[in-house]
Ligand binder design. Structure first.
Ligand code: COA
Length: 426
């Protein structure tokens, strides 16, 4: 089998919850040896959060920690520290997303790490970068709020809204992974490690770039592609919430499809792309709009978007979302069904590409997960189950650090690595 892209790269994974684990899972999928360090007895807190089956690692944990090895080490125990310093010297990258200052409080400041292993890349996720909030602990929705997403999501006359996409956690994990492989590439010619820092607020803002664009456009007049312009509602001094208006230059909306009265996902996203305006007019039965000066050009249509989408919806409501897709796709009209998680779980194409995978787990049995969304032609991802707590402790002590059986027993007796779970030891 071909070598994986990151084969030979060893990651010391101090991550927990979602943001850091998303990053290290991606690196593991690309072939890195990811050694997840967990607190003896407890492990990553998500093992026990949102548990659907008693005493079985939660889906929250299993879905974010595939292809990793788990070692339990008490980072505050002197013997545990000794083991960790040995691992620091054997690894290429240390990744962490502890609360601000926690890594240094453990004794692993950047200065000491760099001195111990000048080639080590030290990658961190924090909620905020330097500034007034730098010491704050942060979870997903806090980042969505502080990064500009919540104030621009939802309905204009309603509360700010968070989105189901985990742009703060998984989004920042993605940013961090890019920073790490960039630093690894740089190291190939500089020979030096460096720090990679990603703040969740920055990651969210990066994904909300178009909303900062609109903030600046506001100084030069109303945002004409927003529905509120067509409704004659004045703009304030900040980018407003735009409901389901498209964020780009081609107006779009979510429209009802056949069955919407009883199916909460019987909707389609419909984009009135300028290039296909004529077929749209023919399909919805308004051929006159092709030449009518009030509708014929994108600019002329802006004040009439509500009327136009109401008319299009009268057509989409006659078709189910998949039928509508088939008809519209024939004319290259950009549109997409609103898919429920149930429909996604059952989607054959997503299974075939490995974007949705079924994984077997010794205590849970079979479950579905999201596989690697990034496809490399010469480095195929094989998703393997998440490790049990401390499953690879002895293996790592021996194979990576070269301890013999007596030394492993001594480390175990010191309390530095805790009790290995019975199942893991089998
Ligand atoms: N052995 C011994 N102690 C350990 C340990 C181990 N293996 N692993 C962690 N700990 C200790 C830490 O040293 C820390 O101790 P300290 O506070 O005495 O220094 C303690 O566990 C708690 O770590 P912390 O990161 O503060 O966890 P938390 O559960 O209180 O906070 C977050 C969780 C996510 C809010 C916080 O880690 C954070 O803000 N992270 C950065 C932003 C982030 O990634 N957020 C998104 C998470 S998806």
């Amino acid at each position: 089998m071909a070598e994986k892209a990151l084969e030979g790269v060893r990651i010391l994974d101090f991550t927990h919850v979602q943001s850091g684990p998303t990053c290290t899972q991606l690196l593991a999928w690309f072939g890195a040896d990811v050694i997840k360090v967990e607190r003896p007895g407890a492990g990553d807190a998500t093992r026990q959060q949102l548990q659907d089956i008693p005493d079985v690692d939660s889906l929250y944990f299993t879905m974010l920690n595939h292809n990793k090895r788990s070692i339990t080490i008490d980072t505050k125990n002197p013997k545990g520290k000794e083991v960790l310093w040995r691992l620091v010297k054997e690894c290429d990258v240390l990744v962490e997303n502890f609360a601000p200052g926690a890594l240094a409080r453990m004794g692993f400041s950047w200065e000491k790490l760099h001195e111990a292993n000048p080639k080590l890349i030290v990658a961190s996720v924090k909620g905020f970068g330097p500034g007034r909030y730098q010491d704050c602990k942060v979870y997903e929705n806090v980042a969505q709020c502080a990064g500009g997403s919540a104030s621009t999501t939802g309905w204009r006359d309603d509360l700010p809204m968070v989105t189901g996409a985990q742009i703060g956690d998984s989004g920042t994990g993605l940013h961090l992974a890019l920073g790490i492989v960039t630093a690894l590439y740089h190291r190939t010619h500089s020979g030096e490690g460096q720090r990679v820092d990603c703040a969740m607020q920055d990651g969210v803002l990066n994904l909300c770039r178009v909303k900062l664009r609109d903030q600046q456009r506001l100084a030069h007049g109303p945002l004409k592609e927003y529905s509120q312009f067509g409704e004659g509602i004045a703009f304030g001094d900040a980018t407003p919430r735009a409901g389901n208006d498209s964020g780009g230059g081609q107006p779009g909306r979510i429209l009802k499809c056949k069955g919407w009265e009883h199916d909460p996902n019987a909707y389609i996203y419909f984009i009135t792309q300028a290039a296909v305006w004529e077929p749209i007019c023919d399909i919805i039965g308004e051929p006159g709009w092709k030449t009518d000066p009030g509708y014929a050009t994108p600019k002329a249509r802006l004040p009439h978007l509500n009327e136009i989408f109401t008319r299009i919806e009268a057509w989409t409501m006659k078709h189910d979302k998949f039928e509508a897709m088939d008809i519209l796709n024939e004319y290259d009209i950009p549109c997409g069904p609103i898919l429920s998680m149930k429909e996604i779980a059952e989607d054959e194409s997503l299974r075939a590409t490995g974007t949705v995978v079924e994984v077997d787990h010794p205590t849970r049995g079979k479950y579905l997960s999201v596989g690697n969304p990034i496809k490399l032609s010469n480095s195929k991802t094989e998703v393997t189950r998440s490790p049990l707590l401390g499953e690879h402790t002895a293996e790592i002590l021996k194979d990576v650090l070269g301890y013999n059986d007596n030394e492993v027993a001594e480390i175990e007796n010191s309390g530095a690595v805790g009790q290995v779970s019975k199942l893991a030891a089998e």
